[in-house]
Design a protein around this ligand. Structure first.
Ligand code: FDA
Length: 309
């Protein structure tokens, strides 16, 4: 299956960026169930219903309003407004930032206009952080493709001067990430493997190399003074993290909505903090395609549901 994943992955990830594929797939008679396996729904109310259920089950959550690569200022503003409404609703579940808020939002700077102007995106992110801080909600900035990494980390660094609790994502498949972990070893860092189609010049390609890099990065974060967040469904990573976390004061596990639910429940039962990433919104296409690319079984599930109709 890993041979299949390796050969299909770049094809699916290329389709994730193709407007023609997006047009075809978003208009295909997809059953709601297929998309809703990974996405909480289209509306904010769908996300809030899922959040409420997950919190009742002892999970923590990070809610993502789906959208990326926004190319006009008006859409970026609309995204900010959606986040402000979301934060207001999530604040009812939280109340205070201390010690660890159960609710968080995740945001992509490209959904706040970073492709148009990084300063505008940074100001939009600042507006979101200020609202989140007063609502007792955390914010973590997602990692996008490697061409955006420098700008994203520069924005996060400057926002952390005012919002030291602000988190960001680092992607272990990038060759640069060990040094980024050192630079951010006092920060709240969500470490993931990385979900984009990256060239070998900047990224490890073989699964074993990505996992090895992940463990080196996690080791750096565990020796730092920050708050490591292990965002992975990989049993090898989760077992290694359990060992490395000995002696680390604050840390958490994170997984995506709809993926390895029994494992998420098992960690909660063990007394661990598990934060589930809950995406919602109508711009589900690229997110959904990245999930398909991660696992041939997901692709087969998707194709069966399309063909069966
Ligand atoms: P890996 O892909 O090696 O999978 C290990 C095992 O986990 C599989 O064998 C299977 O059992 C299970 N599994 C994994 N993916 C599955 C799926 N889609 N469906 C069903 N089972 C699956 N990426 C990024 O580039 N930028 C970002 O900002 C983020 N943010 C983010 C937040 C959170 C909370 C998580 C958990 C992940 C991300 N990611 C991300 C995605 C991440 O980079 C990566 O693509 C996926 O987590 C898959 O990698 P794993 O480490 O889970 O292992």
């Amino acid at each position: 299956s890993s041979v299949l994943t390796n050969s299909l992955r770049p094809v699916i990830l290329a389709a994730a960026r193709s407007p023609r594929c997006e047009h075809a797939i978003t208009r295909a008679p997809l059953s709601r169930q297929v998309v809703n396996r990974f996405v909480a729904g289209r509306e904010r109310s769908d996300a809030i219903a899922v959040v409420s259920r997950l919190l009742d089950d002892g999970r923590y959550v990070s809610v993502d309003f789906l959208g990326e690569n926004v190319t006009d200022a008006g859409s970026a503003r609309a995204t900010v407004h959606e986040y402000l409404s979301l934060i207001e609703e999530l604040g009812k579940f939280s109340g205070t930032l201390a010690p660890v808020p159960r609710v968080e939002v995740s945001v992509k700077l490209s959904s706040l206009g970073a492709e148009l102007n990084t300063d505008v995106a940074a100001e939009n992110a600042r507006t979101i952080c200020a609202a989140a801080q007063s609502a007792g909600v955390w914010v973590t900035v997602d990692a996008e493709d490697h061409t955006t990494t420098d700008a994203t980390l520069a924005t996060v660094r400057s926002l952390r001067a005012d919002f030291p609790w602000l988190g960001t994502v680092l992607q272990a498949y990038l060759r640069r990430t060990e040094s980024d972990c050192l630079a951010f070893d006092d920060a709240r860092i969500r470490l993931c493997k990385g979900a984009y189609n990256e060239p070998e010049a900047v990224a490890y390609i073989r699964r074993e190399d990505v996992t090895a890099s992940y463990l080196r990065c996690l080791d750096i974060l565990c020796r730092g003074t920050g708050y490591p967040m292990v965002a992975s469904h990989d049993p090898v990573v989760i077992a290694a993290a359990a060992r490395m976390f000995c002696g680390v004061e604050r840390f958490e596990y994170q997984m995506l909505f709809g993926i390895r639910e029994p494992e998420q429940a098992r960690l909660v039962a063990e007394g661990q903090h598990v934060r589930t990433y809950v995406p919602y919104g109508s711009a589900w296409y690229p997110y959904f395609m990245r999930r398909l690319a991660e696992r041939p079984a997901n692709l087969a599930f998707f194709l069966r549901s399309v063909v069966a109709r």
